[in-house]
Design a protein around this ligand. Structure first.
Ligand code: NAI
Ligand code: MG
Length: 334
């Protein structure tokens, strides 16, 4: 039977790069049906809600979602739609791979790092956000549970084993954040002990930042808590040419949402300047998740060739073309 994919085109540059990815999936011969639903500003304007019930229904029903970036309005009491989606569907793992493509403006070569970010707890738990009445003191609660730490670390080691990776680096700050990061590290050590075939390395987050810039090739799989993972994965994107090259998958027991790491890029929205590679790479992650390895390889080969040859690439890649030309170059190769 045909797989139906829920598609949220998103805000800002979202629609242009998601449409590019869909054209590419179709051209590669993926026999998908698409159910288009709205979220974010687009949904707010149409329905008065950032995350309409129909959208939640479609995500739950089809299980697989391809999503463009969403603009969360600042202030006005809106909570982040992405955080809401991740919690609502218990998408506890955020898998963010970065790989070097020849032909980008990246400062490094031969990088192949997967950051696995815990997606529902830590500083983004949403608990205890208070500012005192006099506005002088603000606080927020970070939450780590044994169960939450265990399932994300296990996810990382299982992925490492499945993809024949050598090493998992556990990034933490247990020396200062003794309770939360401390529990995360303790549980990580217990889980790691069950995977004697994979090396476990511990690294404190500030050192990890420095090491990633000095010698990024030493990293293989990184697993860490929510806030550190958010920041480290953008850093990793910077190692391979920027946010335009960075995809992410939010994976839970039932559902998965595939997206770009970046946001709606209001500074370039509507100008046909966005690099669609992030969502194309997210589609590749989606195909791998669905066991469609051949299609994934086919699209990756086309992307590798477009970027390496500099044929109609976007400005962030050093080219002078727009989203639509880049997409045309991809479609020709497929
Ligand atoms: P951003 O990620 O949208 O943009 C940061 C910089 O990267 C900008 O200079 C932008 O032009 C550039 N950039 C991003 N994607 C690109 C692409 N595909 N090609 C070429 N250049 C690209 O971050 P910003 O500006 O902080 O956030 C804008 C909005 O996006 C906010 O409303 C934020 O809440 C939202 N956001 C949504 C996310 C999501 O839906 N997953 C994630 C991050 C932010
Ligand atoms: Mg982020």
């Amino acid at each position: 039977s045909t797989q139906t994919i829920t598609v949220i085109k998103g805000d800002g540059i979202g629609p242009s790069i998601v449409e590019a990815a869909i054209q590419i999936l179709d051209k590669a011969g993926c026999d998908f049906q698409y159910e288009y639903v709205d979220a974010g500003l687009t949904a707010l304007e149409k329905t008065g809600e950032l995350l309409p019930e129909a959208t939640l229904d479609a995500i739950a029903r089809n299980k697989i979602t391809l999503k463009g970036p969403l603009t969360t309005p600042v202030g006005e009491g809106f909570t982040s739609i992405n955080v809401t989606l991740r919690k609502k569907f218990n998408l506890y793992s955020n898998v963010r791979p970065v790989i070097s493509f020849k032909g980008t403006k990246a400062r490094y070569e031969n990088i192949d790092i997967i950051t696995i970010r815990e997606n529902t707890q830590g500083m983004y738990s949403g608990h205890g956000q208070v500012v005192s009445e006099d506005g002088l003191v603000a606080e927020a609660t970070s939450i780590i549970t044994r169960e939450g730490a265990e399932r994300i670390v296990r996810f990382a080691f299982e992925l490492a084993r499945r993809e024949q990776r050598q090493k998992v680096t556990v990034v933490h700050k247990a020396n200062i954040l003794k309770s939360t990061s401390g529990l995360f590290l303790k549980v990580a050590r217990e889980v790691a002990a069950q995977y004697s075939d994979i090396q476990m390395q511990e690294m404190i987050v500030d050192n990890a930042c420095m090491q990633l810039v000095m010698n990024p090739q030493q990293f293989d799989v990184i697993v860490t808590t929510n806030l550190f993972g958010d920041i480290l994965s953008d850093l990793c994107a910077g190692l391979v040419g920027g946010l335009g090259m960075a995809p992410g998958a939010n994976i839970g027991e039932d559902c998965a949402i595939f997206e770009a790491v970046h946001g709606s890029a209001p500074d370039i929205a509507g100008k046909n300047l966005a690099n669609p590679s992030s969502v194309i790479l997210a589609s590749i992650q989606m195909l791998e998740h669905l066991g469609m390895k051949d299609k994934a390889e086919k699209i990756k080969a086309a992307l590798t060739d477009v970027i390496a040859s500099g044929d109609r690439t976007t400005r962030d890649l050093g080219g002078s073309h727009g989203t639509t030309d880049f997409t045309a170059a991809m479609l020709e190769r497929l």
